[in-house]
Ligand binder design. Structure first.
Ligand code: ASP
Length: 476
């Protein structure tokens, strides 16, 4: 007999079916054992009666929460007055005739019946595979895929081509440290994991693809911060022959579609999203990510805005040098090379950020595609010519073979979803998140590796003095 998903059980009234899943809860009432069976699709009440099948009843009495079982039985109407209108299967129950225990379970380290917010996060992350049994998190995972599906659909229908770019690559500056991967075949050399697919997507514009997108995993080695993840997902896109407004319009329409289709209870306060001037916003709100909701306690209000006209550079007192507000590939709002070099503080950029309810959820820019502009920007940033050649020579060279004007944007998918799902942090919408200090508590990563592996990679670990003495202590 083929197993049916629980939610279909009501269609089989008075028929025999096979179901399988986890024992959600369990109670015995004299001569009847009640089990709520859970599978991906829902809950189903199963009764095992001593009278109708004594052997099965005896076995059923041994069940414990979270055991995995398979049951064959007859779907029947629940006795009057015992229906449960909260469940899709609330009108019916299964009279268990055969029971197979597929696997047993230890007592779980925490309850999976609640929302889980009250449980220590460390525990939840260590046992993430149990945490994800929780209804709330399962719903988040499913809505995440619904949203991504809608985004893919929208972008594909609008002529974008989804292209995977490499994970083993070369450093590209996004303002964080790189994760490095040692090369075994090229001793002493390292790949960097992408902080974003920035250079690839710009190089794709040189290929003539014109409209690229990717649901891209990005990696940034940042200092511990509560609501950051070392790896996260961006909706990354790039377009050729566009002005700023073309990029903004695609994004706001894409977001409108996702909200309408997947989160219909949410309301977008203003559409088209307002375009706000960086300078004015700073003067008025003293932040570049203002919360512009009418009522901040209204969970369903979404207030988007694009912030535009950012300065190109900002002075870093700490490093005593100019830095870009976005990244160096951003196009300044002038073609005057000497102005860029002489008065960097006056230069605005074709940069835009997208803010939602007080969070920055994305950002992008039109790009410099003229060599002399890019070189001037790098000069202001204090990069030597040879260094620029070494790091970005490939990009500059590519631009010598016919490059269309282009621009793009990246939206932080995790943050966007956390807001749409009313979650307090992005870890609640990421299947397997890391802790604030970038550990995967479930897998135990990062971890030490075999000496042999290090040798192959030409790596020697230099231990700190105190670690050395710990090791020698262990030996004695
Ligand atoms: N690469 C940028 C980022 O990850 C976004 C962009 O400029 O398209 O922040």
């Amino acid at each position: 007999m083929k197993r049916i998903p629980i939610f279909k059980a009501p269609n089989f009234l008075d028929q025999q079916v096979k179901v399988a899943g986890w024992v959600n809860n369990f109670r015995t009432h004299g001569k009847i054992v009640f089990v709520d069976l859970r599978d991906r699709s829902g809950l189903l009440q199963i009764t095992f009666s001593k009278q109708s099948s004594p052997d099965v009843f005896d076995l059923a009495k041994k069940l414990k929460p979270e055991w995995v079982i398979e049951v064959i039985g007859k779907v029947q109407k629940r006795p009057k007055g015992t229906e449960n209108s909260d469940l899709v299967t609330g009108e019916i129950e299964l009279l268990g005739e055969r029971l197979k225990i597929l696997s047993v379970a230890k007592t779980l380290p925490f309850s999976i019946q609640s929302d889980g917010y009250e449980i220590s996060e460390e525990k939840r992350l260590k046992y993430r595979y149990l945490d994800l049994r929780r209804e709330r998190l399962r719903r988040n995972l499913i809505l995440r895929q619904e949203a991504v599906f809608e985004i893919r659909n929208f972008l594909k229908n609008n002529g974008f081509i989804e292209i995977e770019t490499p994970i083993l690559t070369k450093a590209t500056p996004e303002g964080a440290r790189d994760f490095l991967v040692p090369s075994r075949l090229q001793p002493g050399k390292f790949y960097a994991l992408p902080q974003s697919p920035q250079q690839y997507k710009q190089l794709l514009m040189v290929t003539g693809i014109e409209k690229y997108f990717q649901i891209a995993r990005c990696f940034r080695d940042e200092d511990p911060r509560a609501d950051r993840q070392a790896e996260f997902t961006q909706i990354d896109l790039e377009m050729s022959f566009v002005e700023m407004e073309d990029v903004l319009r695609v994004i706001e329409k894409m977001i409108q579609e996702v909200v309408k289709k997947i989160f219909p209870q949410k309301r977008i306060k203003e559409f088209p999203f307002p375009r706000l001037n960086y300078q004015e916003i700073m003067e008025k709100y003293n932040t570049d990510k203002p919360d512009l909701r009418e009522r901040q306690d209204d969970k369903n209000e979404l207030s988007f805005a694009f912030i535009v006209n950012f300065p190109m550079f900002e002075w870093s007192e700490k490093e005593k040098r100019w830095k870009t507000v976005h990244h160096p590939f951003t196009r300044p709002q002038t073609d005057d090379v000497s102005l860029i070099k002489e008065k960097p503080q006056e230069i605005l950029a074709y940069q835009y950020d997208l803010v939602l309810n007080g969070y920055e959820i994305g950002g992008g820019s039109l790009r410099s595609y003229k060599r002399e502009i890019l070189e001037a920007v790098f000069e202001v940033l204090g990069h030597k010519k040879e260094e620029v050649q070494k790091k970005f020579g490939h990009l500059l060279e590519a631009f010598e073979y016919g490059v269309p004007p282009h621009g793009g944007i990246a939206i932080g998918l995790d943050r966007f979803l956390a807001i749409l799902l009313n979650e307090p942090n992005i870890r609640e919408v990421i299947p397997f998140p890391k802790t604030g200090d970038s550990q995967d508590l479930m897998m135990g990563a990062p971890s030490e590796v075999e000496e042999e592996q290090l040798k192959e990679l030409h790596i020697k670990i230099e231990r700190e003095e105190n670690e050395k003495s710990d090791i020698s202590k262990n030996k004695t």
